[in-house]
Design a protein. Structure first.
Lengths: 232, 34
């Protein structure tokens, strides 16, 4: 068992503890019944996705600044893992919506902006997949990743900026009983650990897939970082 | 109850599937000695 497999096993163990808290510790919601338990992982996945897309933003900005391949790999890893968590958020939300709203989908601002977020980062990964690998593709993807992040605050504040069917934030409004809040915070922490482990594994995959860095790429990165002077 | 089970089953399949797939990809790359 290598260190990545050990980290993955630890993250899975934490998620099992979170599942125990969700199904055994948290009280059943008086209004919605057991289906309200979807909330814990639905919201935690959304927060993990925000974190992953923040990695894409920071990685892209560093790459554009100094051509760091490490930053670019972190950005690639963050985009894929963020897309996985956004998929979980969207689908769990849709399944929760059916018994509560009577429909799987409505073109509400929160749902629509989250779908747009999914499309932006799927597009980011498509650019990386289809474009010729190299600095041009990495630069273009970094720009997409940076501008794509604009949608994250739009998703988050959509429930306050527009009148939506999706409920507003119940965490900041202090609307959760203590047991539910504790379960949510624990699930969120475990989900963030899982996301971090997934990014670390994906970063290692990207590093191995890139292969040894050619000397020319090292020189170009050093020139763009101002650590070396181009030969005239 | 069916909605709760379906939602968590979906999450387990997606998150667990992704984690297993990435660990397998990593092991393949490391075994190839890339």
């Amino acid at each position: 068992m290598n260190r990545f497999e050990k980290a993955a096993a630890a993250a899975v163990a934490l998620m099992l503890l979170a599942a125990a808290a969700i199904f055994l510790y948290a009280p059943t919601d008086a209004l919605q019944g057991p289906v309200q338990r979807i909330f814990y992982l639905h919201v935690s996945s959304a927060i993990a996705a925000y974190g992953c897309f923040a990695v894409v933003l920071v990685g892209g900005a560093i790459y554009l600044r100094n051509g760091s391949l490490v930053a670019d790999r972190f950005a690639r890893a963050g985009a894929l893992v963020g897309l996985v968590f956004t998929t979980v958020t969207l689908v769990m939300g849709m399944i929760w919506a059916k018994p509560i709203w009577g429909t799987f989908w409505t073109w509400d601002a929160r749902l629509t902006s989250t779908l747009v977020l999914w499309i932006i980062y799927a597009g980011y990964l498509l650019v990386r997949q289809l474009a010729e690998p190299g600095r041009q593709a990495a630069r273009f993807a970094a720009v997409v990743g940076i501008f794509g992040f604009i949608d994250v605050p739009v998703v988050h504040f959509s429930v306050t900026w527009w009148r939506t069917q999706h409920p507003g934030s119940i965490i900041v409004n202090d609307a959760l009983p203590p047991e539910m809040l504790a379960t949510f915070l624990f699930t969120m922490a475990c989900t963030l650990v899982l996301a971090a482990v997934m990014i670390a594994i994906r970063y290692r995959i990207e590093t191995l897939a890139d292969g040894p860095v050619p000397e020319t790429a090292k020189v170009l990165a050093a020139v763009s970082a101002g650590e070396a002077e181009p030969v005239q | 109850m069916i909605y709760l089970v379906t939602a968590y089953a979906f999450a387990v399949v997606v998150l667990g599937g992704y984690l297993l797939w990435s660990l397998r990809s990593l092991r393949d790359l490391e075994n190839r000695g890339i």
